[in-house]
Design a protein around this ligand. Structure first.
Ligand SMILES: Nc1nc2c(ncn2[C@@H]2O[C@H](COP(=O)(O)OP(=O)(O)O)[C@@H](O)[C@H]2O)c(=O)[nH]1
Ligand SMILES: [Mg+2]
Ligand SMILES: [Zn+2]
Length: 291
């Protein structure tokens, strides 16, 4: 079990958490030649060279997100508010699909339940295996569930500006936002205005402070091949191999088990619509790529 991971990379320096504390180091030149860029979340082996540490090896990654750069996420909290900003099912389904594609556990978090009922969202996601947590700060509902999902995992939070990410993190890990500022100053060499991904320990797990995830465009830029898309809608699972034709796209072929399940109300219409939209997008990407 490796125990050193990159907390933050900035200007050619890496800050690596070891059992002895955080050490500053550079990466060996060989990485650049091999085309490997160490990123926050990477598990690394260190070596000592002339009295200072260097990153000697980046251990195999479970997954990698490029923008913002972060490796080995276990859990992606996708935060949406029941009102203002009004959630888009398509955006949520794009994000859960990207998470599934990267083998990151998506967890939906619905905020502002005190202002508007989350009934519509609840109905959609109850019909999926994707976990969702409804937050109500007046009763404290949901906050502990978020903490439990952080425990033992490496997590990130995403969601449009205004959905309540900062509020949630303050409730879940009260010292998180305070430490964000402090460590940035300590590690950031006076450059903490450029916001790099930074990893914090909280609630028995780790949280990646990922500034880029506030604008969801960077995440949405992850491309899912159209053949994979069905596997990123886990509730389609019981039907994947039940269609009449192998390679069924579930977009209108005869004898399609997914569409039958839709008609029987076993798959949500909203989720199926998202699938179709994403499938069309994935198809176009491929055609464009092959031209
Ligand atoms: N009534 C209510 N307001 C909330 C809730 N969560 C967040 N807010 C408010 O929504 C606004 C945006 O929240 P913020 O945490 O800054 O969103 P962020 O942009 O995603 O970090 C702030 O005025 C919060 O006080 C909630 O559950 N209920
Ligand atoms: Mg915020
Ligand atoms: Zn089908």
């Amino acid at each position: 079990m490796e125990e050193n991971y990159i907390v933050k990379g900035i200007g050619g320096f890496y800050y690596v958490r070891t059992p002895e504390g955080v050490v500053e180091c550079k990466a060996r030149g060989i990485f650049r030649k091999k085309g490997i860029t160490p990123v926050a979340g990477d598990w690394v082996r260190l070596a000592e060279e002339k009295g200072s540490f260097v990153i000697d090896e980046v251990l195999p990654r479970k997954n990698l997100l490029v923008r913002p750069p972060v490796a080995n996420l276990d859990t992606l909290f996708i935060v949406a508010s029941t009102t203002q900003p009004v959630p888009s099912a398509l955006v949520l389904d794009t994000l859960t699909a990207i998470a599934e594609e990267k083998e990151i556990q998506p967890v939906l978090v619905f905020t502002k339940g005190d202002l508007a009922d989350g009934e519509k969202l609840r109905r959609i996601y109850e019909q999926t295996p994707i976990p969702f947590i409804e937050i109500d700060y007046q009763t404290g509902a949901g906050v502990e569930q978020v903490r439990q999902r952080i425990q033992g995992h490496f997590c990130a939070f995403c969601g449009n500006s205004g959905v309540g990410k900062s509020t949630l993190l303050n409730a879940v890990a009260p010292d998180f936002s305070q430490r964000t500022g402090q460590i940035s100053q300590k590690l950031g060499r006076g450059r903490h205005t450029t916001r790099e991904v930074e990893v914090f320990e909280a609630c028995g797990g780790r949280i990646a402070d990922t500034p880029g995830f506030a604008s969801l465009d960077t995440l949405k830029a992850c491309h899912i091949p159209k053949e994979n898309l069905q596997f990123d809608f886990p509730e389609f699972g019981p039907y994947w191999d039940k269609c009449r034709f192998t390679g069924c796209s579930h977009c209108g072929e005869a004898g399609c088990a997914v569409r039958e399940a839709l008609e029987e109300g076993k798959i949500s219409q909203s989720r199926y619509n998202s699938y179709r939209t994403l499938y069309e997008e994935a198809k176009q990407f491929k055609e464009w790529e092959n031209r």
